[in-house]
Ligand binder design. Structure first.
Ligand SMILES: Cc1ncc(COP(=O)(O)O)c(C=O)c1O
Length: 459
């Protein structure tokens, strides 16, 4: 470990002893000491006391400007007043019913009028939304196989946990023109993996190859329109349109996993942003305004499979009134055109500010942003797929992240495959604070990078 990074880690440990202590307690009963693997990192994760608006406090009382926002699930920011009012009202009038109620059609109307779908069903997590979408696509086409992109993340069910983070030499992931399916951990059945075909993001040839190799066997292509499991990787011009055409040509459905992009890209999500219309859309995270809420939507003719009792969908917690009240408040009072204008302005300011500092200090990297998400990408040129993303200098990235955290800014979730989120409760002053922290750390980041690149060149 190089000295500047060591210094940031020492500062981190000095500032957060209560998190270290809490993590030790958690370790006894929770694997990795956390409730989701994504929350674990070295030396230990920050434990949170409370959160409000654009900020949270850790157990030691340190304040942070929050651009993690629960892995991008809080475009509303913490405890948005409209969401809290709706939730509080609901808490004393029934939190779980297991029976239909009026908020269901109201929220379904909101979803179907904003996104290009005719009907939807609700759930609680992104995992559920992608799982049910894939099952519906298989039922609608009578085919078992799906195409997903190497590096794409769609949750934790068996069809999704394939080639999420394959890493040679541990994994043999094949040639970039013919990527192999690699299980995302033990316990994923071989039969599931056999039904998931892997293609390379931004490479239509690898997609068409799968269709040709598996005639009449592919039910759907599932993808995030912007790959947000590798920092932030934009679709190149014509890529999404090409996928639409391939699906039409080979009779497969196009599934946009909009768990992240749906609420955060713009008012109408990726279909509005890119002008490409998928067959199915998966929503979760920021549509719940801070409560667990997900939805999947598609054409009526596909949803008729559920109406006709051919595909089964259920769930005890589906449309629980608390989440639905939060969802309605979020659609009507948070995800408004006015608020998109506000966050777009902040996003432009943050992006421009980062770009200036990167140019001034000579950091080898670039800034990419879309909607309220963005990231500092520590690469010499724009990444186009998972394999471009792999060779990151992890220590340098940790230097950036811990440096920012020590300056009171959680610039994004921990892990270099994530990105920042701006909430509707963030202000211009928040963005100034974020940029000031980055300007403060950028010099030492640039110096460390130069040294490391120099050492590599000398080898
Ligand atoms: C694109 C995408 N799809 C699906 C999921 C899974 O969502 P959840 O964690 O709510 O199950 C995530 C979560 O990060 C995601 O980013």
């Amino acid at each position: 470990m190089y000295p500047a990074l060591q210094k940031e880690l020492d500062t981190f440990e000095r500032r957060t002893p209560k998190s270290a202590e809490a993590h030790k307690k958690n370790l006894k009963r929770l694997p990795l000491g956390v409730a989701s693997n994504y929350r674990a990192y070295d030396p230990y994760p920050i434990f949170v006391q409370d959160a409000k608006g654009s900020h949270f406090r850790d157990l030691d009382g340190n304040e942070y400007l929050d651009h993690n926002l629960c892995f991008g699930a809080l475009m509303a920011g913490h405890c948005h007043p409209a969401v809290m009012k709706a939730v509080e009202k609901r808490l004393s009038t029934g939190t779980m019913l297991g029976m239909p109620h009026n908020m269901e059609w109201e929220l379904a109307e909101e979803v179907c009028s904003r996104f290009p779908v005719e009907m939807c069903r609700f759930g609680n997590s992104g995992t559920e939304a992608t799982m049910h979408s894939i099952r519906l696509a298989r039922a609608a086409t009578g085919r078992d196989k799906i195409i997903k992109f190497e590096g794409g993340y769609h949750g934790l069910h068996d069809a999704a946990l394939v080639s999420v983070k394959p890493h040679p030499p541990k994994d043999d992931f094949g040639d970039i023109k013919n990527p192999k399916a690699v299980p995302g951990g033990l316990g994923v059945p071989k039969a599931s993996i056999a039904n998931v075909l892997i293609a390379t993001f931004n490479d239509l040839e690898t997609v068409e190859r799968r269709f040709k190799e598996n005639p009449n066997e592919i039910a759907a292509i599932i993808l995030e329109p912007i790959m947000m499991n590798v920092g932030l990787c934009m679709p190149q011009k014509g890529f999404l349109e090409g996928l639409r055409q391939l699906c039409d040509k080979y009779g497969a459905l196009l599934i946009f996993d909009e768990v992240k992009t749906g609420a955060k890209l713009c008012w109408g999500g990726a279909s509005e942003y890119f002008g490409v219309i998928p067959d199915m859309i998966c929503l979760a995270k920021s549509i719940g305004g801070g409560l667990p809420l997900a939805a999947f939507g598609t054409h009526k003719r596909v949803m008729d499979l559920i109406s006709d009792h051919k595909v089964f969908h259920g769930g005890t917690y589906n449309t629980n009134p608390v989440s639905m009240a939060a969802g309605l408040a979020t659609f009507r009072e948070v995800l408004t055109r006015e608020n998109y204008a506000h966050v777009d302005k902040l996003s432009a300011k943050l992006t421009e500010g980062y770009k200036k500092t990167v140019a001034k200090t000579g950091i080898q990297g670039y800034i990419v942003s879309a909607g309220v998400n963005g990231a500092l990408m520590l690469y010499p040129q724009e990444i186009r797929n998972y394999r471009d993303w792999l060779p990151i200098d992890v220590d340098l990235w940790r230097h950036y992240w811990f440096g920012m955290v020590n300056r009171g800014v959680m610039c994004q979730p921990y892990w270099w495959d994530e990105q920042w989120t701006i909430s509707v409760q963030h202000t211009e002053a928040d963005i100034d604070k974020h940029l000031a922290a980055f300007a403060d750390i950028a010099g030492s980041l640039a110096a460390a990078q130069q040294e490391r690149l120099g050492a590599v060149a000398a080898h």
